[in-house]
Design a protein around this ligand. Structure first.
Ligand SMILES: CC(C)(COP(=O)(O)OP(=O)(O)OC[C@H]1O[C@@H](n2cnc3c(N)ncnc32)[C@H](O)[C@@H]1OP(=O)(O)O)[C@@H](O)C(=O)NCCC(=O)NCCS
Length: 138
């Protein structure tokens, strides 16, 4: 299995984006992910070479001057534990290397994954509001 990484989501189609968000209480549709990938300041996708299916992605929102926030990273379950998530983070960090502040929020179980990627532990305050009907409002 060969995995190709790309920063370019401009030619992505919906049929390449199935299977994501399965662990969400109300998974948003593939259209939502396509818009997220195309609207984020930076996106990196991992695609299986033979099928063109996207098997993982990471996005960052940034002011382009000082800071960036990494709100989403996901690898499809059958492709996990093969280094794809780490490779996505490394490629995103390379895209963000000129910015001094990179934030992300994760639960404690993922702490070791991000520690391996040189992120430090801080205290964050978050509020998640899952509103499925608003996913395509914009
Ligand atoms: C987190 C995630 C992206 C990791 O992707 P991945 O491709 O499996 O990551 P890697 O193969 O590069 O993992 C490298 C190491 O990080 C650690 N790690 C990976 N996923 C982990 C998890 N869910 N919990 C704890 N440690 C984890 C392991 O030590 C792993 O090494 P191993 O495979 O030898 O056990 C993937 O599990 C995922 O999509 N999870 C659901 C979405 C999510 O939680 N995203 C993060 C939002 S902050």
């Amino acid at each position: 299995m060969a995995i190709r990484f790309s920063n370019d989501c401009s030619t992505l189609s919906l049929s390449q984006l199935s299977g994501f968000f399965q662990e969400w209480p109300s998974p948003p549709p593939a259209e939502t992910l396509l818009r997220i990938l195309q609207r984020s300041s930076y996106s990196v996708i991992a695609t299986e070479d033979s099928t063109f299916q996207v098997v993982g992605y990471i996005v960052a929102l940034s002011d382009g001057m000082i800071s960036a926030f990494v709100p989403m990273l996901e690898v499809l379950p059958p492709y996990r534990h093969q280094g794809i998530g780490s490779a996505l983070v490394r490629r995103m960090m390379n895209n963000l290397k000129s910015l001094p502040v990179i934030d992300l929020v994760c639960n404690v179980t993922l702490s070791s994954f991000y520690r391996g990627q040189d992120f430090s532990r801080y205290l964050a305050k978050v509020q998640y509001q899952y509103c499925p009907n608003s996913f395509l409002a914009q």
